[in-house]
Design a protein around this ligand. Structure first.
Ligand code: TXA
Ligand code: MG
Length: 326
């Protein structure tokens, strides 16, 4: 299949492709998504095939605003509070689904994750489509999520109808997923919006503890974000250096926040800065993992703390490393 590639000038054409049942990759403020009509079994099926995605992992449904969300889910009062405060933006709210969303899109769950992205190209695309768009991240299953056009192109060129280039994704890690479908609000996946921020709006919100029933969020049981070369996290500088020396023959690299990276560089150790702040760290991490897997044979990544955006990044890099920390 020939894949149409372009910037905002192809939004109209892409919306028509979606209406015909094709699938299209598009930018969001978190990561790129791979979307299709959430009212069509055959469109949703195409996404599973292009990604090589396990059939029991549900897709998030993207809409441009709350009015549209109400057509596809039972939007509760708590959900309105969350949308009001954080949308459009990097948050997904799991709610009871309405029957028009095909079961294949939600892996037969009676809930649907609704997201209202803020990226201007994405907003325009969703408005043009005039349909709810089921979309996972636009990577091949298990691989690192794409945050640049180039990375989507590598995974999807030739497999899907079109890719809209919207530049680098600002947040760099996926949306926070909060479930409001049960008795207590629970964060199923930490992300760009932190648990601390959510608890200001919903004081009874429970943070993700790492033990969530598979039925609540099937995606959690799969391996994710895996670079094609081995990856470990380091908890302190000495251990990082020991690991680096141990792996010397495998062409290792250390990824860390700027001050740390500088320390390693000063000691003649190959290292790359992920930025000055944790927000920059989040923005750069997936992109750097994808670039480093091509150039290096072993990746050593700085482990982070358990609060705020650090917790969200840690949730992803623990999966990249298969939980290995030195
Ligand atoms: O930022 C994002 O959320 C990106 C962009 C493209 O919007 N999308 C994304 O989709 O990360 P994906 O499919 O890679 O991850 C969706 C996660 C999975 O862990 C899935 O299991 C969970 O959300 N999820 C989706 N629908 C759900 C539902 N109804 N109930 C529980 N978890 C759900
Ligand atoms: Mg994904």
């Amino acid at each position: 299949m020939e894949t149409l590639v372009g910037k905002e000038e192809i939004i109209d054409t892409c919306a028509k492709l979606i209406q015909k049942g094709e699938i299209v990759a598009f930018p969001t403020e978190t990561v790129y998504g791979l979307g299709g009509n959430a009212l069509s079994d055959s469109a949703v099926e195409k996404i599973y095939i292009a990604k090589n995605r396990p059939a029991d992992n549900p897709f998030i449904v993207h809409v441009p605003n709350v009015e549209e969300a109400m057509k596809y889910a039972e939007v509760t009062e708590d959900a309105l509070k969350i949308f009001d405060r954080f949308s459009p933006g990097p948050i997904t709210v799991v709610l009871k689904k309405k029957s028009c969303i095909v079961d294949r899109a939600t892996a037969n769950l009676d809930t649907v994750g609704i997201r209202i992205p803020s990226h201007p190209i994405c907003q325009e695309f969703l408005k043009e489509c005039k349909l709810p768009i089921a979309a996972p991240s636009a990577n091949i299953s298990k691989k690192v999520s794409p945050t640049t056009f180039k990375h989507v192109y590598e995974d999807m060129n030739g497999k899907i109808a079109a890719i809209i280039d919207g530049g680098d994704c600002e947040v760099g890690i996926e949306s926070t997923v909060i479930s409001l479908a049960g008795e207590t609000p629970i964060v199923l996946r930490p992300g760009g919006i932190t648990i601390e921020e959510l608890s200001k709006v919903l004081p009874n919100v429970k943070g993700f503890t790492g033990v969530v029933k598979v039925a609540q969020s099937p995606g959690m049981k799969y391996t994710h974000y895996c670079p094609t070369v081995p990856c470990v996290l380091y908890s302190n500088r000495d251990n990082a250096i020991k690991e680096y020396i141990k792996q010397k023959e495998n062409n290792p690299v250390i990824l860390a926040i700027n001050t740390e990276a500088q320390y390693f560089k000063d000691n003649n150790i190959n290292s790359i800065s992920l930025g000055e702040t944790y927000v920059e760290y989040a923005h750069n991490i997936f992109k750097m993992l994808r670039e480093c897997e091509k150039k290096y044979g072993y990746i050593i990544v700085q482990a982070l703390g358990d609060t705020g955006i650090e917790k969200s990044i840690m949730n992803r890099i623990l999966k990249s490393s298969g939980g290995k920390i030195v």
